[in-house]
Design a protein around this ligand. Structure first.
Ligand code: BG6
Length: 485
């Protein structure tokens, strides 16, 4: 038995345009940074190619054909009783190059139709402006977010869609998981993250300190762009709820050793400044100390600081998948600028998924409590949580009890956080309610859905949709307001 949540709790699911829509070059859409990512695999990173190269497998080019199938797919979400559905607007459908003088009407029309369809089904749209899919042209011609000019280009894009959909969308968020790039160490996955967040690539001999400096600068421009968009959004429609969006993985120390505690704290601070800027409009003291200590002075103007103060968010959108254990590499002091001062180690106390992601439902409740302690009473929407797993179809059925177990355990912790801890969580949107292309690996076989999509890693298959066992489970959870888990 779960705990009952209020009737207005936003139950639903979330996807991103580039992982689902396909139609990568249809109706005037431009090339995005996701369109030049090849398919990777479990433990095999995706390759970032120099433009689209004939003959390579680019899974985002087809996604799950949502551009064509959205009506049937949304009908299945409605059948589960979804109150809300999160997707992103592909920036490249609206401004194909990112710096075009005029928006692409065909792209704007697609999202008109999509949001109209959701309303017809009683589903509230929750919309991300920038979900790992910025225009590739902005990378080539401007150097991605290392360039201050991107602030204005992003604000123009945000203003265009805020204006167009002001009567259709209330819940927005600016950049998806903006702090992922702060995981910057010298491994391949973290370089992938600074690509997806900021469109930056590094030469082989770039030092960790140089990477960190580049990341801080790019992130600052993104935060200013976000704040300016928030301000304009509120002018366009004061009822807009515009959120900042972060992945929240609680950090645990590897041991009670003081060095591990300090390393964990420093790693956390490297993330916290994103939420502080979004929510309080100011960089925290440790960030200012870091800039001073390292002698590195990011280009942060007085006007920027003013914009940050004027553009604080209305709520915090979070994704939660797992927790992380931090170990100091030595017992000496660990500093924020020393990105190699700590390492991430496995947690022997929890099981892991086939992709090595630790399964930690209590960590979600812990995180929600931490956030509420840090930012009291700020509404929080969980906009991603889910279990990527291999599924098998037997006689047209998918018995995904493992997914139900994962989701059940996490929803139960959310309910405790709301009912017992009094935390204002306003919604739970599980990730990938319909199978989509994995962002990290480009696989179809890393499936999150309640709805199975018959496509494999090569994009082969009928595309047919099947209801998994978890479909009926989630339907019952929503119908019972969280009681029947
Ligand atoms: C989040 C992203 O980081 O994790 C999603 O916002 C992504 O885009 C999700 O799909 C799950 O990651 P993956 O690599 O399993 O698709």
């Amino acid at each position: 038995m779960g705990l009952k949540l209020n009737d207005d709790f936003l139950w639903g699911g979330a996807i991103a345009a580039h992982q689902a829509e396909g139609a990568w070059n249809k109706d005037g859409k431009g090339v995005s940074i996701a369109d030049i990512l090849t398919a990777g695999a479990n433990n095999k990173p995706r390759e970032i190619t120099d433009g689209v190269i004939e003959g390579l497998n680019y899974p985002n080019h087809h996604g799950i054909y949502f551009y064509e199938t959205y009506k049937e797919d949304l009908a299945l979400m409605a059948e589960m009783g979804f109150k809300a559905f999160r997707t992103s607007i592909a920036w490249t459908r609206i401004f194909p190059n990112g710096d075009d003088a005029e928006p692409n009407e065909a792209g704007l029309k697609f999202y008109d139709d999509l949001f109209d369809e959701m309303h017809k089904l009683g589903i509230e749209p929750v919309v991300t402006l920038n979900h790992f899919e910025m225009p590739y042209h902005l990378v080539k011609a401007y150097g991605g977010w290392s360039n201050r000019k991107l602030i204005d280009l992003f604000v123009k894009y945000a203003t265009t869609v805020f204006t167009r959909y002001q009567d259709k969308v209330t819940y927005w968020m600016t950049h998806n998981e903006i702090s992922n790039q702060a995981n910057l160490t010298d491994d391949v996955m973290s370089e992938f993250m600074i690509w997806t967040n900021s469109g930056l690539q590094f030469a082989k001999d770039t030092t960790p300190e140089e990477k960190l400096a580049a990341m801080v600068q790019a992130a600052h421009f993104e935060l200013v762009a976000s704040a300016k968009a928030v301000k304009i959004g509120h002018e366009i429609n004061p009822d807009f709820m515009i959120g900042g969006m972060l992945n929240v993985a609680p950090l645990y120390p590897a041991s009670p050793k003081p060095a591990d505690m300090l390393a964990m704290q420093k790693a956390r601070q490297l993330h916290d400044w994103f939420s502080d800027v979004h929510i309080r409009g100011e960089y925290p003291a440790e960030f200012e100390a870091f800039a001073k200590r390292t002698g590195y002075r990011p280009d942060i103007t007085a006007e920027d600081r003013n914009a940050l103060r004027e553009g604080i968010v209305d709520y915090l959108a979070v994704s939660y998948y797992n927790s992380t254990v931090i170990k100091a590499k030595s017992d000496r002091d660990t500093n924020l600028e020393d990105v190699k001062g700590y390492e991430i180690v496995p947690n022997p106390e929890i099981p892991v998924s086939d992709w090595g992601w630790g399964i930690d439902p209590q960590g979600l409740r812990y995180t929600l409590n931490e956030l509420n302690d840090q930012y009291p009473d700020l509404p929080i929407m969980i906009v991603e949580n889910g279990f990527g797993a291999y599924d098998e179809v037997v006689d047209g059925q998918v018995h995904d009890q493992y997914r139900i177990d994962y989701l059940k355990a996490h929803v139960a912790e959310v309910e405790k956080a709301v009912v017992n801890d009094g935390i204002p969580v306003i919604g739970y949107l599980s990730w990938g309610p319909i199978d989509i292309v994995s962002a990290g690996t480009g696989e179809m076989s890393k499936r999150y859905g309640y709805i199975y999509v018959d496509l494999d890693d090569m994009g082969e298959g009928s595309g047919e949709r099947l209801r998994k066992d978890s479909f009926n489970w989630y339907k019952e959870v929503i119908a019972s307001h969280g009681v029947n888990l």
